[in-house]
Write a protein that binds this ligand. Structure first.
Ligand code: AMP
Length: 356
């Protein structure tokens, strides 16, 4: 079976690498940045199935995909819904999943109305193309309305009530075409300047009730869209339960730990799901695992050399500020052992980000 993946970044590369032993799957990656309609049509024609490593696919490329919806997995509907934060929030609500209160914003008057409706603070976000905290503005006073609209307005925005949370988590699942859902254990995710810096398994102190809530959420969401492939739900951990932040219709940075840390990785199960093969088990292989991102140029991965149970992934990209260049997975027999290894690797992160 020939599978084409839109996007040739690290996610596409890790998807490809996850099934190199499955010789009946022939994977190729399409460089979205070098797009032409003719090249994409030829790529689609040359493959039996098309998947994608990112939901940030420009509208003119989505328009080409419209003509080949039967080849796309996950489906066109999932791609369109999770490209747009308003559609995404509506889909979450429709699946019975708790989210921040929100409203659409298309003008400065709408920003002011949102402040009235939702109270302060509110988080204003562009509905499309925002990632890693880009295209966002937190309003703390009514006087922030004009600067916020100046900064990111002039296009469709979403205003969200500010969620008070103790930490951020995520839950990742893969769903097969026949409706089977497998779910990885959750991670706690720590961000700095809007970018994920590290993820920890297990998600310390998470109650059974919240873990069950997350499993129900991701299962209901995937089923509601008849989703096929790997899907990620980012969640705020709050006093009253988990609140959904956003969805990625794809493998996610917070699931990279599963390559070495789980029986089947998020990448492999995505490929198995879309190609109609039985899904692998998602159990963790170690009592404690961590994933540390290598970002910008501050971070020589040689720090990881010689550490037991530590695996370095380099994406082969040129260093640039805020760019994800690679990641390091730490596996350990105890949380204390894992945390001792992270402490040795703390130089991979900006000062103060790891302070345990
Ligand atoms: P996002 O791009 O939506 O994941 O937002 C980036 C980061 O902003 C999140 O990881 C949160 O730390 C923060 N954030 C986003 N939305 C909210 C919200 N409604 N309330 C509080 N913090 C938020």
């Amino acid at each position: 079976m020939k599978i084409g993946i839109l996007g040739n970044g690290q996610l596409g590369q890790m998807l490809e690498a996850s099934v190199t032993d499955l010789t009946d799957l022939d994977i190729s990656l399409y460089d979205l940045r070098a797009h032409s309609d003719e090249a994409l049509e030829a790529f689609i024609a040359a493959n039996d199935l098309i998947s994608y490593e990112t939901e940030n696919i420009p509208a003119h490329i989505v328009a080409v995909l419209e003509g080949h919806a039967d080849k796309l997995a996950p489906g066109l509907n999932a791609l369109k819904v999770f490209q747009n934060r308003l559609l995404e929030k509506n889909a979450l609500r429709a699946a019975g999943i708790a989210t921040a209160d929100f409203c659409a914003v298309n003008s400065l008057a709408d920003v002011k109305a949102a402040v009235e409706q939702l109270g302060l603070p509110i988080v204003l976000k562009t509905t499309t193309e925002g990632y890693d905290g880009k295209g966002q503005f937190v309003l703390r006073s009514p006087d922030d309305a004009e600067p916020a609209w100046q900064a990111i307005g002039g296009r469709e925005l979403i205003a969200e009530a500010f969620v008070t949370f103790s930490r951020e988590t995520s839950v990742i699942a893969s769903r097969s075409a026949d409706g089977k859902v497998v779910i990885w254990p959750m991670t706690e995710n720590v961000h700095h300047e809007g970018i994920l810096r590290y993820s920890l398994y297990p998600c310390a102190g998470l109650s059974d009730a919240k873990a069950e809530q997350a499993r129900t959420y991701i299962t209901d969401l995937a089923n509601s869209l008849n989703y096929v492939g790997t899907i990620t739900l980012e969640l705020f951990d709050t006093e009253t339960g988990l609140v959904a932040n956003e969805v990625a219709p794809r493998v996610h940075n917070s699931g990279h730990w599963s390559i070495e840390g789980a029986e089947a990785s998020q990448f492999r199960n995505h490929m198995l799901a879309i190609s109609g093969k039985p899904l692998g088990a998602t159990d963790a292989l170690y009592p404690a695992v961590a994933m540390l991102n290598v970002i910008g140029d501050e971070t020589p991965t040689s720090a990881a050399a010689g550490l037991d149970g530590v695996y370095v992934h380099s994406y082969g990209k040129e260093a640039r500020p805020a760019r994800k260049l690679g990641h390091v997975t730490v596996t350990a027999q105890t949380v204390a052992e894992r945390d001792a290894s992270i402490t040795k690797l703390a130089g991979l992160m900006p000062a103060g980000v790891w302070n345990q």
